[in-house]
Design a protein around this ligand. Structure first.
Ligand SMILES: Nc1ncnc2c1ncn2[C@@H]1O[C@H](COP(=O)(O)OP(=O)(O)O)[C@@H](O)[C@H]1O
Ligand SMILES: [Mg+2]
Length: 311
């Protein structure tokens, strides 16, 4: 097998700051805590001197706690239900980090759902190549003489295969090799002290491999939106379509768990199915009415939650 080229290996690479990413990040609802925590964590991983300088000003001599934080493994896991904003956040958070730390940040995204499912050894080879590329890029950016030159984020998305516990009996050899390649990659980046971080996204928190989890500086969980989060997504668009606050509340209710529905709509159900369906229902001859909007919202079946659909 030849080593895969950059374009084969990664989806669209992005250099931050990037206005589109900034906008995407701003559109995410209800993730303020995750955004705050992830951006700080990445900020420290890509620019530990920022933290050290802060400590010099605020906690002179407090080296122990600071170094523990700086030395955490460069891995963050975003885990949780489908359509909850993991990919959207992972793809856009680099913009905030780049602006805040005033460095350029490059995102290398690789999705394991669409790749590495073919020949035996493919996922392992992809992961090894991805980590090598990021390692090489980050090595060139390594802090020389005080100034950080930039940073690299490796996004390993749809990493469900890697999240399966290594101890699971049914996990066959190739999966285990993939997990091992991932762990080796993270360890190598950590040892190198490079301005880089790995974000891994998975729908299967319960099946996270213990060895992967142990390496994560943090595991952040994502859940379906509650009523107020659904309202935050729906209200601006529905209000533009002429619905009143009480009409909007009825649509919000219709997208929740009720009448035998185990779960309500996910964030992506709301943006990609409910709102478009409400518009399509009226187009081309009618206009959106509150009654139809509620009916349409009720008719959209929420995506089953991952755990529910798994056997
Ligand atoms: N918290 C959120 N706020 C607003 N929109 C969201 C949110 N989470 C997801 N979405 C919408 O759903 C789409 C798909 O989300 P995605 O990040 O792919 O979910 P996941 O990776 O968790 O399965 C996003 O592009 C966005 O339009
Ligand atoms: Mg995703």
């Amino acid at each position: 097998m030849n080593a895969p080229s950059l374009d084969e290996l990664f989806d669209q690479r992005v250099a931050f700051p990037d206005p589109d990413a900034q906008e995407r990040l701003a559109q995410l609802v209800g993730l303020d805590a995750q955004i705050d925590s992830l951006s700080k964590m990445l900020g420290i991983l890509v620019n530990p001197d920022g933290l050290r300088n802060w400590a010099k000003r605020k906690h002179r001599g407090a080296a122990s706690a600071i170094e523990l934080l700086v030395r955490r493994p460069p891995l963050v896991i975003l885990a949780g239900d489908v359509g909850s904003g993991k990919t959207a956040l992972a793809e856009s958070i680099g913009d905030l980090v780049a602006r805040r730390e005033k460095v350029s940040v490059t995102l290398y995204p690789i999705s394991l759902s669409t790749r590495g499912q073919g020949r035996v050894g493919e996922m392992t080879q992809l992961l090894s190549a991805a980590f090598s590329t990021v390692h090489d890029h980050a090595s060139k950016l390594k802090n020389r003489g005080g100034k950080v030159q930039g940073a690299v984020i490796l996004l390993v998305d749809e990493a469900d295969a890697l999240a399966q516990s290594r101890e699971a009996a049914q996990m066959h050899h190739e999966d285990r090799a993939g997990v091992n390649a991932f762990i080796r990659g993270v360890d190598r980046l950590a040892t190198g002290g490079l301005p880089t971080a790995v974000i891994m996204c998975t729908n299967r928190l319960s099946a996270l491999d213990p060895a992967v989890r142990r390496r994560a500086a943090e595991v952040m969980t994502f859940t379906r939106p509650d009523a107020s989060q659904r309202s935050a997504v729906l209200a601006p668009a529905l209000s533009e379509l002429g619905l009143s606050p009480s009409d909007i509340a009825a649509v919000v209710k219709a997208t929740g768990a009720h009448n035998g529905r185990a779960v309500g709509c996910s964030f992506s159900d709301l943006t990609q199915r409910v709102l478009p369906s409400i518009v399509l229902d009226a187009y081309p001859d009618g206009a959106v009415t509150p009654a139809r909007a509620v009916e349409v919202a009720k008719s959209v079946e929420p995506t089953p939650s991952f755990r529910e659909s798994a056997t």
